[in-house]
Design a protein around this ligand. Structure first.
Ligand code: NCD
Length: 432
């Protein structure tokens, strides 16, 4: 007879020398799920642990090398802020600043931020701080969600959008702009059409800088919220990310969100990646090489959309970055590369999750993620955007050094927010 799940889990945590928080983070499930598995079976909140978790944990505790990898033998040194610093500064330029441990620590902080993001609590830990939101490229959600996240921690925001109304249109250099802004604000988020430009901004100032997207380079905060969404959805579905199948679909050549996301996902173990793109828009070779170096992943590339998504646990669709396409990219390019309800029903399971960084191009013939999936609960795109707030709050709290103050700073909101943010959210009530 199998060992009772409570005994099994306690034994595994003892062998790995991990607290409940650390154990749930390492296994990739929510702390709340772990707590429910550890309750006596007579409890109303007791839940059965999915078989896949028992298999995964058994594999770790029975294998010396894995036991060593997952065990907490070496206590973490320094604060998260120090561990993710870059060039000696508290800035976020690339997902390469993270390890699996540090990313999961950031997610625990994002969990703490959820009551603020859901308008149940307020906090003023960034009172007096000013964010400069400098967006030299089109944006709605990234600019507003960074601003809202900073405001919800008690800070204020100054914005500038586009080149036309900035002094860059008069020929001002990145160095001068950044140095000037550093004298006005306490942190900056920058989006710029050239790859590497945000690192240039960051080099010219000592205040926290966050890369809000540098050309087709990286978009680290988007990838963090995407990974957080995947882990949250998997926790609800009783799935683990280690060993999962992720299909990344669309413009993989210029899409910066997927460049960051696949590098983060590669921190996990034994994933199957299918990289499905139209011909000419394949994932750059250096990114595939860096994923392959990370772990024992299976990485497949295809120009066949149906093949790419077959049996996937996650479909991550992207928009063709028309603003970045060169003439040679269009040759042999097939615009018919659209995720639709019919396709998902044919090739995927009931618990596949469908994601997209948004915006999706909803114009006729754009062939972006189809709106016919809007009522399908597998479509996670708005849960994804909602997660942008707690993740960006966590990023600011870490970079500004206030992460330990947040929990005790929370007060109840004084106004009455609606119980669900969007009209269709009710079906997911209680899912987190
Ligand atoms: C993405 C971006 O700007 O890279 N949008 C976003 O920030 N969520 C994706 C895109 O524009 O296609």
């Amino acid at each position: 007879m199998a060992v009772a799940q409570q005994v099994f889990l306690r034994d595994a945590m003892r062998k790995l020398n991990l607290t409940r928080d650390m154990f749930s983070a390492r296994v990739g499930v929510k702390r709340r799920a772990l707590d429910s598995w550890l309750l006596p079976e007579s409890s109303l909140d007791y839940r059965a642990m999915p078989e896949v978790v028992r298999r995964f944990v058994t594999e770790i505790v029975e294998n010396e090398a894995l036991l060593e990898k997952y065990a907490d033998s070496a206590p973490r040194r320094g604060s998260l802020r120090d561990r993710i610093e870059i060039n000696g500064k508290n800035q976020l330029l690339s997902v390469e600043q993270f390890t699996r441990d540090s990313v999961e620590e950031l997610f625990s902080l994002a969990d703490i931020m959820q009551p603020i993001a859901r308008r149940q609590k307020v906090s003023r830990v960034l009172e007096g701080a000013v964010l400069g939101n400098l967006f030299f490229e089109a944006s709605t959600r990234t600019r507003v969600s960074f601003g809202a996240a900073f405001c919800r921690l008690g800070g204020s925001v100054c914005d500038t959008t586009g080149f036309t109304f900035s002094s860059m249109a008069k020929g001002e250099s990145i160095y001068d702009t950044s140095r000037v802004m550093g004298g006005y604000v306490d942190a900056m988020v920058i989006r710029h059409p050239e790859q590497g430009s945000v690192a240039e901004f960051a080099a010219a100032t000592n205040i926290p800088v966050v890369n809000g997207g540098d050309g087709s380079g990286e978009h680290p905060s988007q990838a963090l919220l995407d990974l957080y969404t995947i882990l949250t959805e998997f926790s609800r579905l009783g799935k683990l990310l280690d060993g999962a199948h992720v299909a990344v679909v669309g413009d993989l050549k210029y899409g910066r969100t997927v460049h960051s996301l696949v590098k983060l996902l590669a921190l996990y173990r034994g994933l199957k990646f299918t990289l499905a793109s139209p011909r000419g828009l394949e994932m750059p070779a250096d990114i595939i090489e860096s994923m392959a170096r990370q772990g024992n992943h299976v990485i497949e590339q295809t120009n066949d959309l149906n093949e790419g998504i077959k049996g996937a646990d996650v479909i991550y669709a992207t928009r063709v970055q028309k603003e970045r396409l060169q003439a040679e990219d269009i040759q042999g390019y097939s615009p018919d590369f659209q995720i639709t309800q019919a396709l998902v029903d044919r090739y995927c399971d009931q618990d596949t999750i469908i994601m997209h960084p948004l915006p999706r191009d909803s114009r006729p013939l754009a062939n972006d993620l189809s709106t016919d999936l809007n009522k399908d609960p597998r479509l996670a795109i708005f849960r994804q955007t909602d997660n942008g707030i707690p993740i960006r709050m966590a990023i600011f709290a870490v970079l500004m050094g206030v992460e330990n103050l947040v929990q005790h700073s929370m007060r109840d909101v004084t106004w009455s927010p609606p119980s669900h943010i969007g009209p269709d959210d009710a079906i997911f009530h209680g899912m987190y």
